[in-house]
Design a protein around this ligand. Structure first.
Ligand SMILES: [Zn+2]
Length: 419
C-alpha cells in the first residue's frame, strides 16, 4: 500500500525531464531562451498540457494564460493545494529558474499516479504566465493578476519592445483561456525554486525553508552641481556632481552594512558628459532591501540623512521614490509542513529569506504560501551557466511532495479555519 511515508519521487525521471525539455528554446551555450508568450513558450505549454493530462490531471487555462492542472482528491468540496512556478525564462536564462518548480510538480503528479495514492484535497500544478518580465514588464504578472493586484485590461495593454501587446501575443500562441482570472481557488501554495544566491551552498545545506521575501524600495536621485572647465576651475571652487554621487554610492553601502541589509546603485549617468568638463548633473538609482519593513524604513531615513549631508556642502539633490514592495512573511503552517517534509527524509535544512521576488510573493496575499529552495552552483542565475545537481533537484522534489502531503493531512483532518 502506498502510504504518505513511503512515496518516493523518481530522481532519474525528474532529471531527464529537466534535461529533455531544456531543448525547447535551448541555446548553444547550454541555457534556455524561452520568452513569455513566444513560440518556444507555446511549445513548452503544449508539452506541459499533454504530460499533465497523461498524469491524470485536468488542465484549464485562464484569460491571461495561467495554466492549472488539477488532480482530483478524495474530497471534491475542498479547494486544491497548489504547487508550481513558471516555465518562461530570461533571454539568457538557465535550465532551472522556475522550471524546476513546475517539473518537480509534474514528477509529484506522476509519482501519485504510479502509486495510486489519493490525497484528501485536490492537488493543482500551476504554470504562471510571465514571471520573468523580460518581454512584458512588470515581472510576476500572471500571479499578480490571479491575486487581484492588477486587472486583466492592464495585462492586455502591456507591450513588448516591438510594440506587440500582451493580448496579441497571448492570442498568437492560442493561450487566452476561458477561465476568469483569479477565479481558480487554492487552499495553499508551495513553490520549489533554486535559491539564485550562494547561501545554501556556502552553508552546505540541501534545503532552504524560505520564511519570506525581503522588502525592496527603489529610488531615483538627481544630483545638481555646476559644470565647469576641467583645466581652469580650482578644486576648491568646484561643485562636481559626480564627486557628490560617489559619496552617495559609498554612503549607501555604509547604510546597508549598518542595518545588515542591502543597497545597490545599479545605474549612474553623467548628464552631458565630456572628458574636460566638471560634471554638472548626475542621475543615479538606489535599490534598498531588507527582510524587516521597520529596518527598511530606517534605511530610507538614513538615505535621506546622507543626501542632506551631501547637499549641505554645495549641491542640490532631488530624491524620488519609484516603487516599493513590502516584506512578505510566509505562512507558519506551510513552513511547518516544509520542515516536517525535510525532517522526514533526514536532509539538512536551514531557514532562509529570499532575496529575489517570486510569484509566491503575490500568492501569499491571498492564500497560505511557502517556498522551498535548493542550492544552485555559485549562486548563479539568469545565466546559461545556471546549474543545480541531480541530487539537489531530487531532494527538493521529495521535500515538496512530503510538505504537500503533510499539509493535506493536517488541514483535512481538523476543521478548516474560518469554516
Ligand atoms: Zn523564477
Amino acid at each position: 500500500m502506498p502510504t504518505m511515508s513511503n512515496l518516493r519521487t523518481n530522481a532519474d525521471r525528474l532529471w531527464s525531464t529537466l534535461i529533455e525539455t531544456a531543448a525547447i528554446g535551448g541555446t548553444s551555450d547550454g541555457g534556455i531562451r524561452r520568452l513569455t508568450l513566444s513560440n518556444e513558450d507555446r511549445r513548452v505549454r503544449d508539452w506541459f498540457r499533454d504530460v499533465c493530462v497523461a498524469a491524470g490531471c485536468t488542465v484549464s487555462v485562464d484569460e491571461v494564460g495561467n495554466m492549472f492542472a488539477i488532480r482530483r482528491g478524495r474530497r471534491s468540496d475542498l479547494p486544491p493545494i497548489a504547487i508550481g512556478s513558471h516555465l518562461d525564462t530570461q533571454p539568457t536564462g538557465g535550465k532551472f529558474d522556475g522550471i524546476l518548480g513546475v517539473l518537480a510538480g509534474l514528477e509529484i503528479m506522476r509519482t501519485l499516479q504510479d502509486a495510486g495514492y489519493e490525497t484528501e484535497s485536490p492537488l493543482m500544478l500551476v504554470n504562471w504566465t510571465n514571471e520573468e518580465g523580460a518581454r512584458f514588464a512588470p515581472a510576476m504578472l500572471g500571479s499578480a493578476i490571479h491575486a487581484g493586484l492588477f486587472d486583466v485590461a492592464y495585462a492586455n495593454e502591456r507591450r513588448d519592445a516591438n510594440g506587440v501587446t500582451f493580448r496579441e501575443a497571448l492570442d498568437g500562441i492560442g493561450y487566452r483561456g476561458p477561465l476568469a482570472a483569479g477565479s481558480m481557488p487554492m487552499a495553499a501554495m508551495f513553490e520549489l525554486h533554486i535559491e539564485q544566491g550562494p547561501i545554501l551552498e556556502r552553508q552546505n545545506k540541501q534545503i532552504g525553508v524560505v520564511t519570506g521575501i525581503q522588502g525592496m524600495r527603489w529610488y531615483d536621485v538627481t544630483v545638481s552641481g555646476q559644470s565647469a572647465h576641467a583645466g581652469t576651475t580650482p578644486l576648491d571652487m568646484r561643485r562636481d556632481a559626480l564627486l557628490a554621487a560617489a559619496r552617495i554610492v559609498l554612503g549607501a553601502e555604509e547604510i546597508a552594512r549598518a542595518h545588515a541589509g542591502l543597497a545597490t546603485v545599479g545605474e549612474i549617468s553623467v548628464i552631458d558628459a565630456s572628458r574636460n568638463v566638471v560634471p554638472g548633473e548626475v542621475r543615479l538609482t538606489v535599490d534598498l532591501r531588507h527582510h524587516r519593513d521597520k529596518t527598511l524604513e530606517a534605511m530610507e531615513k538614513a538615505l535621506g540623512v546622507l543626501l542632506n549631508s551631501v547637499e549641505s556642502v554645495g549641491y542640490d539633490i532631488a530624491l524620488q521614490k519609484l516603487w516599493e514592495s513590502p516584506v512578505v512573511q510566509f505562512d507558519a503552517d506551510c513552513l511547518t509542513a516544509v520542515e516536517q517534509g525535510a525532517g522526514q527524509i533526514g536532509c539538512s535544512f536551514m531557514s532562509i529569506v529570499s532575496g529575489a521576488g517570486h510569484d509566491s510573493a503575490n500568492i501569499a496575499k491571498i492564500a497560505p504560501t511557502a517556498m522551498i529552495f535548493v542550492p544552485c552552483k555559485n549562486g548563479l542565475s539568469h545565466n546559461p551557466a545556471e546549474s543545480a545537481t541531480r541530487e539537489d533537484c531530487a531532494t527538493g522534489a521529495q521535500v515538496l511532495l512530503n510538505a504537500v502531503l503533510f499539509y493535506d493531512q493536517q488541514k483535512t483532518h481538523k476543521p478548516m479555519r474560518g469554516g
